[in-house]
Design a protein around this ligand. Structure first.
Ligand code: DON
Length: 304
């Protein structure tokens, strides 16, 4: 019997003492409206039990974590055809770099770097009737929580400063790998990234990846094989140029966002979500990574 609550309490104790909590992302100005001391963890076991510590019920901007949910919806809608438009290799580059995209003729390395997520957004804009409303309903549905919403100010803030993503979308368009208007695709993408969720909601949303494609309400949302593949991409690409370090320290598939959230999971066992808004140099939550390293070490639970 693993003493999960004791483990979360002791991680909280050790992490709140840290002097260097990292740096809050400011390239999307609206993201700076958070307190560097905010910290929360929520653990959802596949067996149903839950544990939490700190601000696990406070909503924050999930940013790139949303890329896993948009990929899941695109895979369930379109199937394997999406792999004609993007690859599944780690890029070894920061999330917003464009050099490989040009060298590799408009085929993004994977769906979690920005250019890859923009291709997925394009696929959803083509396939959904009301893209923003339908995506929000999908996330509410798999989580079983209708209170989840976009933060429209964050979406607008990114629209005003998202020059790099405009460059990515235009480059994709020049290689014929963007079928809809740049504005329409980025409007969807900026809203997708501006979803606000709590650690508890994130653990519930990601339950399907730990549960062979079946969501918390035990409804099949992905095939077992699709869930396995998404977990593989999280392990190899979920942390960009820090994917190796996350596997080395934590040993779980996971995904980060510049809002300071990280979700990680052990198939058939649990989903764990952490939030601490200070980021390290690679754009991943500094204390979030430390907390997860301690968690998998103390609980002796990882895929390795
Ligand atoms: O496109 C962007 O730059 C942001 N909306 C998301 C980036 C992000 O979260 C990177 N992850 N650590």
């Amino acid at each position: 019997m693993i003493e999960y609550q004791n483990i979360l309490d002791s991680i909280n104790q050790s992490v709140i003492k840290e002097q260097n909590k990292g740096t809050i992302a400011s390239y999307i100005p609206e993201l700076t409206n958070v307190d560097i001391n905010d910290f929360g963890i929520h653990l959802q076991l596949v067996s149903g039990e839950q544990f939490s510590v700190g601000n696990s019920h406070q909503p924050f901007s999930i940013q790139s974590i949303s890329k896993v949910l948009s990929l899941a919806l695109a895979m369930s809608q379109v199937g394997t055809a999406i792999w004609e438009r993007l690859d599944v290799e780690p890029s070894g580059n920061p999330f917003n770099h464009l050099s490989l995209l040009e060298l590799e003729e408009g085929i993004p390395r994977n769906p979690f770097i920005n250019s890859g997520a923009i291709v997925i957004a394009d696929i959803l804009v083509s396939n959904l009737k009301n893209p923003k409303a339908d995506f929000l309903n999908y996330v509410r549905d798999i989580t079983g929580d209708n209170s989840i919403d976009y933060n429209y100010k964050v979406a607008q803030s990114e629209k005003e400063t998202g020059f790099n993503n405009y460059a990515a979308a235009n480059l994709l368009k020049s290689f014929n790998n963007l079928h809809n208007d740049v504005e329409d695709v980025l409007d969807f993408y900026f809203h997708q990234c501006a979803l606000e969720m709590t650690c508890q909601q994130l653990s519930k949303a990601f339950f399907l990846f730990a549960n062979k494609g079946n969501c918390l309400a035990n409804k099949a949302r992905l095939t077992k094989s699709q869930a396995k593949r998404i977990n593989a991409i999280m392990l190899t690409c979920g942390f960009y140029d820090e994917a190796g370090e996350f596997a080395f320290e934590v040993g779980l598939p996971g995904k980060s966002g510049v809002g300071g959230g990280i979700v990680a999971l052990l198939p058939n066992q649990f989903v764990i979500s952490v939030w601490s808004p200070g980021l390290n140099e690679r754009g991943n939550s500094k204390l979030g990574m430390q907390a997860l390293e301690q968690f998998t070490t103390l609980a002796n639970q990882s895929i390795f």
